[in-house]
Design a protein around this ligand. Sequence first.
Ligand SMILES: [Zn+2]
Length: 263
Amino acid sequence: MMGPAHSLSGAAAWLGVGAAAAAAGHPMPWPVLVCGALICAGAALAPDLDHKSATISRAFGPLSRTLCEVVDSISHAVYKATKMRGDSNRSGGHRTLTHTWVWAVLVGGGMSLLAMQGGRWAVLGILFVHMVLAIEGLLWRAARVSSDVLVWLLGAASAWILAGILDQPGNGASWLFTEPGQQYLWLGLPIVLGALVHDIGDALTVSGCPVLWPIPIGRKRWYPVGPPKAMRFKAGSWVELKVLMPIFMVLGGIGGLGALGYI
Ligand SMILES: [Zn+2]
C-alpha cells in the first residue's frame, strides 16, 4: 500500500485497540487515544525505511537518506545470510527484515525502553519523529508540496504540546503499566502495532510480505505471506483508494467512539 493508506490503517488500528482496552477495563484517557493513533499512523510508514523513495526515507533529509542506505544494506545482508533454498535471490533489501514481526517487536520494545528510561527529551524525540511521519502520511499531498522545514516545525510543535498534555496527572503517562518507573512504557505499543499493520497492508498487495520470518514455511524462510492471488491488489490501485481507505475511516471512527465510551 501507499503512505496514506498505511497511515490511515495505523490510526484506525490504534482506535480499535482503544475500544478493546475500554471493553477490557483499561480505558485510555483521551490523550493516550489521540497520541497513540498519531504515533501508530506514523509508525505504519516506518518499515519502508528500506526503500529510498519511501516517505520515511525522505522525511528527515540527509539523516533519513543515510539511515535508509544502512537499513537497506543490513536487510539485504540478513536476507542473504538466512535465506533457504526456496527463497529467491534478490538484489536489495526492500520488503525483507523491516517487514517482519521480529523487527516490529524490536523497534517497539526499544522505543518503550527509551521512553521509560530517557525522560522528557526521549519522549519528545519519539513523539517528534512520529508526528512528522503522521503528518506526511495523513496529509500526503498537502505535506509534499510544502517545505520539509514546515513539516518539521509542525511536528515539533505538536510533539511539544502533546508531551505537555500527556504529562499532566491522569492524562495517561502511566496508562496500562501502572508500577512506579513504568511511565510511558505504553509508547512502544502503537509503534509495534503500526509496523504490523504495515506488514498486513503489504501482504494484501501483489508481492506479499515475509512477516513471519524467521519461521520457515516449506522451503522458504522469507515466505511472502498474503491471501490467495485473486484477492490481492496493486499498491496504489483503486481498491486501496476507493474501498480500503473509506473502510479504515469508518472502522477508526467506530473504534474511537467505542474507546471513549459512546458506544
Ligand atoms: Zn512496505
